[in-house]
Design a protein around this ligand. Structure first.
Ligand code: SF4
Length: 182
């Protein structure tokens, strides 16, 4: 069905901010997403995202590619199925990455995980009803939600060009997560 390929690279937070942080530009993309202001791990935030990441000296960027085999690309061949299969696979693999990152956090005190997308712990985030997060200790932000240009990061730092589902499944889908250390 598919294989997973992981690529990672460590970079100083200061360098990542200098070359890939553009909060205003990225938040304008977020504003076009239906999840904007609907999930506590998505913008807008009541804190300064640059100050947040600057608490850490290094950011270890992790690219996870879900590489589909030929048969799967041939068999998942309607727009509806492609969407369903892509989302389902991403959510399943994102959860695995998240669990591994939390385990890493417990091994490295003072570290913090970067989620490969928005928080999806609850079926419906409490932010929709303007209520406090019910799992605040588990919120981990994504690179894009913090204001980083993920397409540029994966391309220039990891050498991975992002591909998207359209009328066929792409050769692969990519998730960007990370791990910040002091
Ligand atoms: S844990 Fe639940 S309430 Fe909190 S951000 Fe995630 S989805 Fe929303």
């Amino acid at each position: 069905m598919y294989t997973i390929k992981t690529t990672h690279k460590s970079i100083k937070t200061d360098e990542l901010i200098k070359n890939y942080y553009d909060k205003e530009k990225i938040e304008n993309f977020c504003k076009q997403c239906e999840k904007y202001n609907k999930i506590w791990s998505c913008p807008p935030y009541d804190f300064d995202t640059e100050q947040y990441v600057r608490q850490f000296e290094y950011i270890h960027i992790i690219g996870t590619q879900i590489i589909f085999d030929k048969t799967t690309i041939e068999e998942v061949n309607t727009i509806e199925n492609i969407k369903k299969f892509s989302i389902g696979t991403i959510l399943k693999e994102r959860k695995k990455i998240f669990d591994k990152l939390l385990l890493l956090e417990s091994k490295y005190p003072g570290s913090k995980a970067i989620n490969a997308g928005n928080c999806s712990i609850c079926e419906k985030c409490t932010r929709v009803n303007n209520r406090k997060c019910i799992n605040e200790s588990l919120i981990r932000y994504s690179l894009e939600s913090l204001g980083f240009d993920v397409a540029k990061i994966t391309s220039e730092i990891l050498g991975i060009e992002l591909k998207w589902s359209s009328e066929t499944l792409p050769e692969y889908l990519t998730m960007a997560s990370g791990f910040m250390t002091t």
